[in-house]
Write a protein that binds this ligand. Structure first.
Ligand SMILES: NC(=O)c1ccc[n+]([C@@H]2O[C@H](COP(=O)([O-])OP(=O)(O)OC[C@H]3O[C@@H](n4cnc5c(N)ncnc54)[C@H](O)[C@@H]3O)[C@@H](O)[C@H]2O)c1
Ligand SMILES: [Zn+2]
Length: 383
């Protein structure tokens, strides 16, 4: 299987549909029939959240699920905006960290929703990074058999990836994201201004997912990232809006074609097979997700060169861009047998091997069936 996202060459800022410069809102629509929704991207949008929820037809009580870090920074602005648009608002804090994306926290959220009197005409707002978005989204998918929810992503990773596409989940002691649902939000509101407070490490980790879109799906976007790496590192608002919009467009196209991940949506797993295994083995927070994905992409690119899918020049460009964006491409020292175990447990592995996403040159992907043993050898991590 192979492919690339539809749409022609990436030529922002002027070539982006709807791009009107600072002060504007860029809109990407995810077309999924009755479950369609808009991703609205701009700078300084948080105070407009309430009226945007009204115009999406949302009513009643709003429960904002967030964590103490994000609440301290943006909770007031969100609460004020929702209140002045006529909603009664309950703030629900969950502890900060992946280790709390679990059933215990989810139950506390259900308790708080019941306590606050939310019913089927109410809605949930997920205010935070991917952890908050995944857990609050799953709460919305399951509370009273499903109530509407709105994503307000505040990390770069959540703005370009996790808030779009409707995957919601909590972790299980036996593995990440094992309990979840496909459940689309009613609206995604991306305020790039929230990135100004994000720790640099988290910002760079998000850039790894940005690079992923270019390598696997859009070569012109990759070129753009190379040319605008300095602007991205400087968090130039115009550049950020263009980049987030392009990532959301690519994710939307992929999700529209394959909402439940049976085909092209797999392309978004580029760099994730080895990345995820290394993330698990490296131990708590020694690698954050995007950092592990950057290493996984570097290994994937080298594997693809060995398999004749891309040239050494492509590999060099990918490694150079990742390095320039502050991402290490050196794998941590891991025991080969442990890595093999982690690959064998990969939930995407099937009989006959793992569906390994290869970059075909830069901007196209193919899927190869590789056994965990082959992957270990090709990656050079097996010795
Ligand atoms: N649903 C999907 O399709 C999908 C895709 C990719 C990843 N994910 C999930 O996303 C999660 C990772 O998300 P993440 O990288 O956003 O991590 P995260 O949610 O843990 O956020 C990272 C850190 O940044 C803090 N933070 C968030 N916004 C901030 C801001 N504006 N200013 C200052 N600090 C801020 C958070 O409190 C946290 O400490 C994982 O659980 C992963 O499984 C889901
Ligand atoms: Zn990822």
């Amino acid at each position: 299987m192979s492919g690339r996202a539809r749409a022609g060459a990436f030529a922002p800022p002027n070539g982006i549909s709807g791009f009107k410069g600072l002060g504007s809102v860029n809109v990407v629509t995810v077309n999924l029939g009755e479950s369609s929704y808009d991703i609205q991207i701009g700078s300084g949008l948080l105070p407009t959240l309430g009226r945007r929820c009204v115009s999406r037809g949302l009513t009643g009580r709003a429960a904002v699920v967030t964590n103490p870090t994000v609440n301290a920074l943006y909770g007031d602005a969100v609460q004020r905006s929702l209140t002045s648009a006529g909603f009664s608002v309950t703030m629900i804090e969950i502890p900060d960290g992946e280790e709390f994306k679990n059933a215990v926290t989810l139950n506390r959220v259900y308790d708080a929703l019941i306590e606050a009197g939310l019913d089927r005409r109410s809605f949930i707002v997920a205010l935070g990074g991917g952890v908050v978005g995944d857990l609050a989204g799953f709460a919305a998918a399951t509370f009273m058999r499903g109530i509407p929810f709105v994503q307000v992503p505040t990390t770069l990773l959540a703005q370009v990836d996790s808030s779009v596409g409707g995957k919601t989940a909590i972790d299980h002691p036996r593995g990440k994201n094992l309990i979840g649902a496909f459940y689309q939000p009613r609206l995604v509101l991306v305020d790039v201004e929230t990135l100004s407070t994000l720790p640099k490490r988290e910002y760079c980790a998000g850039l790894a997912e940005v690079v992923k879109y270019g390598v696997a799906l859009d070569g012109s976007f990759f070129d753009y990232l190379e040319r605008h790496a300095d602007a991205l590192l400087a968090m130039d608002v115009e550049c950020l809006m263009a980049v987030i919009q392009r990532c959301c467009e690519l994710k939307a196209q992929v999700v529209e074609l394959d909402e439940k991940e049976t085909g092209i949506r797999q392309a978004l797993n580029y760099g994730h097979t080895l990345g995820h295994a290394l993330e698990t083995l490296a131990g708590y927070r020694s690698l954050v997700h995007g950092e592990a994905v950057a290493i996984g992409m570097a290994l994937a690119a080298r594997i693809c060169a060995l398999r004749g899918e891309c040239g050494d020049d492509d590999v060099a460009r990918i490694l150079k861009l990742l390095g320039y964006l502050g991402l290490s491409v050196t794998p941590p020292a891991v025991e080969p047998s442990q890595l093999l175990d982690a690959l064998l447990k990969d939930k995407k592995s099937r009989e006959g091997g793992i569906n390994f996403i290869c970059n075909h040159g830069i901007g196209n992907y193919t899927v190869a069936q590789l056994s965990p043993e082959e992957l270990l050898t090709l990656s050079g991590l097996g010795v």
